[in-house]
Design a protein around this ligand. Structure first.
Ligand code: FMN
Length: 170
């Protein structure tokens, strides 16, 4: 694990921080729910910070805020899953982005067992990843996963987040 500068955000001029946020509002991102299983208990978070890294080996990265409830466990688990949301799954995205709904997050639509990271049954795509590495940087940690299993939903119609709102593509 490598450690990034811990106070990066604190060093930013207010204008630059504002401008950075405004720039990110102009980036359209597919919405995902990242899941793990910790001692039989499922955990998950809505995250747009996901990117493929390479096709050989098939690998991706996700960025998780260090204040997120699953962050500490992400550093310990062997696997995580990226559930790419379908445009009809905005309610799922909202639930996993709101701590008040934590207890209800896995009540409907998810695989029942928690031996592997939970899979949203009707997701656009599901990518089971072996956690290979992680790097702390600023407010977040970057987790690198090597993809071991892919499950696809035929229709290509992902849920997208743009300019602070959910949108539909496809
Ligand atoms: C559209 C959207 C995208 C988000 N993307 C990320 C992300 O990439 N990484 C992250 O750590 N939090 C992200 N969040 C915030 C978390 O989903 C949110 O803080 C969540 O409540 C954290 O989980 P917890 O309640 O279990 O701590 C995003 C929220 C929204 C609404």
């Amino acid at each position: 694990m490598t450690e990034g500068p811990p106070d990066l955000a604190a060093d930013l001029a207010p204008d630059l921080a504002h401008d950075f946020r405004q720039a990110m509002r102009r980036v359209a991102s597919t919405v995902n729910v990242i899941t793990i299983c910790v001692g039989g208990t499922p955990m998950g978070i809505t995250a747009t910070a996901m990117s493929s890294i390479s096709t050989d080996p098939p690998s991706l990265l996700v960025c998780i805020n260090r204040t997120a409830s699953m962050h500490g466990s992400m550093e310990d688990v062997s696997h995580f899953r990226v559930n790419v949301l379908h445009r009809d799954q905005e309610a799922v995205a909202r639930m996993f982005a709101d701590r008040r709904h934590q207890a209800l997050r896995f009540s409907e639509g998810w695989t029942a067992d928690c031996e592997r990271p939970p899979r949203l049954v009707d997701a656009q795509a599901s990518l089971l990843c072996r956690r290979i590495d992680h790097h702390r940087f600023g407010t977040h940690s970057i987790f690198i996963g090597q993809v071991e299993e892919v499950i696809l939903r035929e229709e290509v119609a992902p849920l997208v987040y743009l300019n602070g709102s959910y949108a539909r593509a496809g």
